[in-house]
Design a protein around this ligand. Structure first.
Ligand code: NAD
Length: 398
């Protein structure tokens, strides 16, 4: 079939296999062009198919020669529907990894469930023995509690008071004002259940109990802080409270790993175009301005540049620099004073008339489509493409 993007707002319901493969190859090529990392050897990535998790997996494999197991929740092609981008990304990643001689296997299912945790442990035991790095990079709108079966949904809302600011429809480049009402108490609790650290702790507990964590094992989960203008919707909103919980989990996991001389970190990453960040109001406009400023200053990074820096200059450097709360900061360039001052000045001016000239809204838009394998000049989109692509390590019947 000829595969075109079909999108509504921040959701694209189609993905292009060759485009996704190209996107993955670009990231692999970036890492191969950097100095090797004296890093992990056996790695589990939870949330491994897109965004920061996929970039972590690529860095571990092609930067450090690691064997990886990736867990994610993606959909294969069926009944004339394409697979999801994460499915195609993983198919391409596994192919490239195996051609380069690296072990890579994947598990597709709900990472919040006990079954998927057990399946992962069994695979580690069978193939790797133990893992020395666990990357926790889930972003999900909902979570089923594995004990009670209760379904929790996360919301992106301010806490305490309503919040008004500018936002953008990145397809039409129309800037408008938006007011978001504050979250109800239950919505806050549910968001913490989904995006907080409870499930990360359950993973680390299960892995440790099963004896599959190596001496000196490292684990890392990702967070975001961002500037004052987004605080009400992010840092001080429902998602920020969930990230506070994630941070507290890092402390508990650190204690738990003490006898293995293990380490647990929160890495505060930069704001980037991913499937998750496109869904947050206000943030796409901020990212468009940020990209403009950071590109002009030659400081621009995507997921792969961020993850390479995390591995090479933080996690596996001689010592791991952290802030006063023990967090790794690879949002350091985003948060530089000169960058933030310029973004803020643009923020005050930006409207539908000037957005195309003073922001990188076009960069945001095209990166959004790149996430689904579209808008790469190298890909012949008018040609027939086979949507049914197999992930080598996942049985075709799944
Ligand atoms: P993403 O949407 O690109 O990736 C999410 C991953 O989670 C995918 O692999 C998906 O398959 C997997 N997943 C979702 N639900 C699952 C489930 N139930 N079971 C198994 N896998 C599941 O997201 P991202 O933007 O890369 O975010 C990853 C982490 O990085 C999040 O914690 C996010 O808050 C954080 N972060 C993101 C940004 C940003 O700007 N995008 C910035 C800083 C931190």
């Amino acid at each position: 079939m000829v595969i075109k993007p079909k999108f509504r707002g921040f959701i694209c319901t189609t993905a292009h296999p060759a485009g996704c493969a190209h996107h993955v190859r670009q990231q692999i090529d970036y890492v191969k062009g950097q100095k090797p990392v004296q890093g992990p050897k056996n790695v589990l990535v939870v949330g491994a198919s897109t965004g920061y998790g996929l970039a972590s997996r690529i860095t571990a494999t092609f930067g450090s020669g690691a064997r990886t197991i990736g867990v994610f929740f993606e959909r294969p092609a069926a009944n004339n529907r394409t697979a999801t981008a994460g499915w195609y990304n993983t198919a391409a990643f596994e192919k490239e990894a195996s051609e380069a001689g690296y072990y890579a296997k994947s598990i597709n299912g709900d990472a919040f469930s006990n079954e998927i945790k057990q399946q992962t442990i069994d695979l580690i035991k069978q193939d790797l023995g133990q893992v020395d790095l666990v990357v926790y990079s889930l972003a999900s709108p909902k979570r089923v509690d594995p004990e009670t079966g209760e379904v929790y949904s996360s919301v992106i809302k301010p806490v305490g008071a309503s919040y008004s600011n500018k936002t953008v429809d990145f397809h039409s480049a129309a800037v408008s004002d938006i007011t978001i009402e504050p979250a109800a108490e239950q919505e806050i609790e549910h968001t913490i259940k989904v995006m907080g650290g409870e499930d990360w702790e359950l993973w680390m507990d299960a892995l440790k109990q099963a004896g599959v964590l190596a001496e000196g094992a490292v684990t890392v989960a990702y967070s975001y802080i961002g500037p004052e203008i987004t605080h009400s919707i992010y840092k001080e909103g429902t998602i920020g409270l969930a990230k506070d919980h994630l941070e507290a989990s890092a402390g508990r996991i650190r204690e738990q790993l003490h006898d293995l001389a293990g380490r647990a970190f929160i890495s505060v990453n930069k704001a980037l175009v991913t499937q998750s960040s496109s869904a947050i109001p206000v943030v796409p406009l901020y990212i468009s301005l940020l990209y403009k400023v950071m590109k002009e200053k030659n400081l621009h990074e995507g997921c792969i540049e961020q993850m390479y820096r995390l591995f090479a200059e933080r996690l596996y450097a001689d010592s791991t620099p952290v802030d006063d709360r023990g967090r790794i900061r690879i949002d350091d360039w985003e948060m530089r004073e000169d960058v933030q001052q310029e973004v803020l000045a643009l923020w005050e001016r930006v409207d539908s008339e000037n957005i195309k000239s003073i922001s990188d809204i076009e960069g945001f838009r095209s990166e959004f489509f790149n996430l689904f394998g579209f808008e790469f000049p190298e890909i012949p989109y008018e040609a027939e493409a086979e949507p049914d692509v197999v992930i080598p390590s996942i049985p075709a019947a799944e």
